[in-house]
Write a protein of this length. Sequence first.
Length: 463
Amino acid sequence: MEPATYARQRLVSFVAALLGTTLLCLAFGDIALAQDAAPPVCGGKILEKCTPNSGDTAWMLTSVALVLMMTIPGLGLFYGGMVRKKNVGDTVMTSFAVACLVTILFALLTYSMAFRAGTPFVGGLDRMFLKDILSDIGKGGIGNPNPLAATIPESVYICFQMTFAIITPALIAGAFAERMKFSAMLWFIGLWAIFVYAPIAHWVWGPDGFLAAGNDAASVKVLDFAGGTVVHINAGVAGLMCAIMLGKRSETGPAHNMVLTFIGASLLWVGWFGFNAGSAVTAGMQAGMAMLVTQIATAVAAFTWMLVEWQLKGKPTVVGICSGAVAGLVAITPASGFVGPVGAFAIGIAAGAFCYWGCTGLKRMFSYDDALDCFGVHAVGGIVGALLTGVFAVEQYGGTAGVLEGNTGQFFNQCIGVATVIVYDAVVSLIILAVVKIFVGLRVAKDTERDGLDLALHGEVIQ
């Protein structure tokens, strides 16, 4: 073979080998890149092995802290300031113990019952003990979000809804304050969380609840952005049943410390931004509007209550204006993601006036002892807010029009939702109370009530 020919063959072989090696490197590089590619972003129909939205997650982590603050210490201080000094410890202890008990039940059972797909009446049990939650930080931070909160980790959504499940039964304590056995309270709250709160939360907020606005198969779509029916009407009606079953206190007295009530109400007001704006489950336009209308309605309701009390009783009180603020917060809760500033003003005025009547005239009319006005503020305010949501809902804000935009049917949907929750809650709450009364007893002894629950039930006193 001639040298020139041999050289050409060697050159061709070298070039072919080099080209083949390059192609192999590119092929393996593509495989590696495909393997190392970032997982998809959660949202829409992407609900498996995806990464959450960091902005939404940050806001929801903040909202969890805000809403938990509403119960401990907010509600504990708000209620603690309104009872007599000898019952302050039992009152704040109730809020703290309820937070612990409901957290345990929510992790074991009620999250799955309320917020997982099942039947139109109750969710499935696929998340009992919070099993099978995907939270893998080793593969780019992937998870399988709950479809009800598609852009945040399911663990964060669980914590957020847990804080709602905590405060709802804690509110009931305002009705039976100063006379219920601590043991009876724990049994009642535990059973109520399972048999009342979880089913109603599923009806209104669950993916296949029969009253859920987000369920295409639901014939009645109830608008409840953050808990007018699920939280406030629910708690208020249960509180009224407790007040009826327990009977009146043997003696009453003025609020022990209005400053505690002021601090508690202030914490509730601030925390409620997480409650309402957090219920958007995103850090976007709807959360912003929910925050704005919450502030407006609360201020208007508090001011309205103050003016009504001033006119009728001659003096505005700290406890009164604080109660008015809570009434406004309650009433705007179901509407917060659906109405605008005009609706917020109207709801605030109605809440201030109707809840004042609920805590005075209505209570005198039927002669029940709702010690700290759980029914007068939360049930009445929740009903006012839920019904007016059907009137003032604005399609561009929440996707559904109300009566003022020509959708009169939505008002009737709201009426059906309110009535359904009231009837179920009242009946099941009475049954639970009757069962607890048989096996544990509901009310403390007369001597205990006279001496104060702090010393008799907890061995502690406020000096």
